[in-house]
Design a protein around this ligand. Structure first.
Ligand code: MLT
Length: 330
């Protein structure tokens, strides 16, 4: 074969390869929690679906356990286009996109159904647009992780009086700090990836997170009592860097959105079949679930009278909260 023929042939093969792999990509997905929690399950199904829909040309690698940075750092990285995806707790997005806080106002979401109605309806669409605008990331899926329950290593907490004097870790989130202030405690804001060690070393006595997260993070090894408060239903979105999204072909964008929706639907089923058994496992591991006095009413009153009004401005006004509550028929 002459050099000319060989070159022509090689150029042709290279062009063919380029054309067939124009949509090929491997994305990185940062995950705050360890494998085994709802965040990881969402990511796993998303990656499987993406691979299937793209015929294997688009894949996603998962990096659990904050390997790619603390949850709040991953939002920054994604906004700058340095990271493709992140799965993180919603409370770690609100500092960058305050209107999302409407989903984290204490006691607004009272059930899994409420969580689904808000995330998959008009409110969810509106939040996606605002999150792109304010934080540079697009919400492409949701994991439903259950209510955040309070754990501590010191004593059974049944009432607000029992809570006094405990050092509680909270995410660096103004609303959650305000919630504990309203309950009469001064919590300790701390990054998620420092929390286990802080609990282990007794730097803090307690924290709150869903049962599934407590189990995935092995908090049962360093915490004893669970108070099943229901102030915040933990939503953990899969977000994508908007810069990276816009750089994809329409075909890849469609696969991403479809895979995100499929993973969301899976997450909704997953929590329902998993949460009870996880709760039992935590009890079998030695954790004690205590009963709340007065059906949690003191906590609810403190939150709705002191915390809600302080956040009307950041969520877009009291009318917005009223509209969200009306969506939930309240
Ligand atoms: C937090 O407490 O910072 C988050 O809820 C942790 C998580 O992502 O599970």
């Amino acid at each position: 074969m002459t050099l000319k023929k060989w070159l022509t042939g090689s150029v042709w093969v290279a062009s063919l390869l380029l054309a067939t792999t124009a949509s090929a990509a491997t994305f990185k997905v940062a995950i705050g929690d360890a494998a085994g929690g709802t965040q990881y399950e969402l990511g796993k199904v998303f990656a499987e679906q993406l691979k299937e829909k793209s015929g294997g040309s688009v894949t996603a690698d998962l990096f659990p356990n904050s390997q790619l940075g603390d949850e709040q750092d991953t939002i920054n990285d994604a906004a700058m286009g340095l990271l493709d995806f992140s799965i993180l707790a919603i409370n770690n997005i609100t500092p960058f996109s305050p209107s999302v806080a409407v989903l984290t106002l204490p006691y607004v979401i009272q059930s899994l159904e409420d969580a689904k109605t808000l995330t998959q309806g008009e409110v969810g669409k509106e939040l996606t647009e605002k999150t792109i605008r304010d934080a540079g990331v697009r919400i492409v899926g949701w994991s439903y992780s259950g209510f955040r329950v309070l754990t501590n290593s010191k004593r059974p907490v049944r009432s607000l009086d029992d809570l006094k004097g405990l050092i509680i870790r909270v995410p660096k989130n103004e609303l959650m700090i305000a919630f504990y202030n309203a309950l009469g405690v001064n919590p300790t804001p701390m990054a998620w990836n420092e929390t286990f060690t802080a609990l282990q070393q007794g730097v803090v006595d307690g924290q709150d997170n869903p049962y599934i997260t407590i189990s995935a993070m092995k908090f049962d090894e360093v915490q004893k009592y669970i108070t099943p408060i229901r102030y915040l239903f933990s939503l953990e979105p899969l977000v994508m860097s908007e810069q990276v999204f816009q750089a994809q072909t329409p075909e890849v964008q469609a696969w991403i959105l479809e895979a995100g929706q499929a993973a969301t639907e899976y997450s909704y089923e997953y929590i329902q079949v998993t949460e009870d058994s996880i709760k039992q496992e935590l009890q079998a591991a030695g954790m004690e679930i205590v009963e709340l006095a007065n059906n949690e009413q003191d906590w609810i009153d403190a939150a709705t009278t002191k915390v809600w009004p302080a956040f009307y401005d950041s969520i877009g006004g009291k009318e917005r909260l009223d509209a969200v509550l009306a969506t939930l028929n309240r």
